[in-house]
Design a protein around this ligand. Sequence first.
Ligand SMILES: *[C@@H]1O[C@H](CO)[C@@H](O)[C@H](O)[C@H]1NC(C)=O
Ligand SMILES: *[C@@H]1O[C@H](CO)[C@@H](O)[C@H](O)[C@H]1NC(C)=O
Ligand SMILES: *[C@@H]1O[C@H](CO)[C@@H](O)[C@H](O)[C@H]1NC(C)=O
Length: 267
Amino acid sequence: MDSVRILMVRDLLSFNVLLILIFASTSVNAGPVYANTEWTDSHATFNDGNNAQGTMGGACGYGNISSRGYGLETTALSSTLFNSGLTCGACFEIKCKVENSTWCFPNAGSIKVTATDLCPANPAMPTNNGGWCNPPRTHFDLSYQMFTRLAKAEGAIIPVQFRRVPCVKVGGIRFTMNGNPWFNLVLVSNVAGAGNVVNLQMKSSETNWFWMTARQISGQYWELNQNLMGQNISFRVTLGNGKVMIANNVVPANWNFQQTFESDINF
Ligand SMILES: *[C@@H]1O[C@H](CO)[C@@H](O)[C@H](O)[C@H]1NC(C)=O
Ligand SMILES: *[C@@H]1O[C@H](CO)[C@@H](O)[C@H](O)[C@H]1NC(C)=O
Ligand SMILES: *[C@@H]1O[C@H](CO)[C@@H](O)[C@H](O)[C@H]1NC(C)=O
């Protein structure tokens, strides 16, 4: 009798636990746990020389990557890795293949960088001589500062190994409101975890809190044709590894264009 009752209590308990787990994993933070990828062979070059020009612009749309918190720890990706901008914000660990190049600093260890730009293909050049970023090659065009942590600049191109790693960011996910009342253009930045947003949904009080899917315009710019002026806005962010987070009421009703709002959550 007692053991039956205990069993029932236990079952009830585990049932409750199950319910809570199911609820937690379908509402927020669904998807697989982040896992580093395998080390993979590739190559790296550097761009822009020893100045800060490389911190402006970039195909991911982050603008001034220095003020957006990416610093100089950035890279451009060949189109194979860039995946039409859906890899923007992803983080990579890169090490020089010391055994294959005398340009590598033997004790440099590895660097970690965030993808902020595209390294365009150069079809006029062969893939093994100048056309480093041509498909199907994987390639990293690093900031000068990051390249020279791994190898001598004279090396110009170095053999490397890379793997995806979780992004570590300070603070919450940031949403910058651009565009105009008929075309909201939202830039999503400072994303931790897998780092790369692959789907963005928005909802507001006046749209009855119905999730509307934004369209990727370029890089990490997402467009929604819906007038959301004067309304609270929430975001549902999906990353490349399937993880989902909801940032509720991040944008207050009195928002304006050009403003950036930081949520209190991150991956
Ligand atoms: C980019 O942001 C940094 C840090 O806020 C600032 O010092 C720098 O002047 C900015 N660069 C440009 C070109 O606006
Ligand atoms: C890189 O180094 C490894 C280990 O010494 C060697 O087996 C391999 O053939 C080298 N690859 C190239 C492209 O030189
Ligand atoms: C809008 O957001 C504020 C907090 O920023 C909250 O107090 C308010 O209830 C929200 N309004 C609606 C209609 O959800």
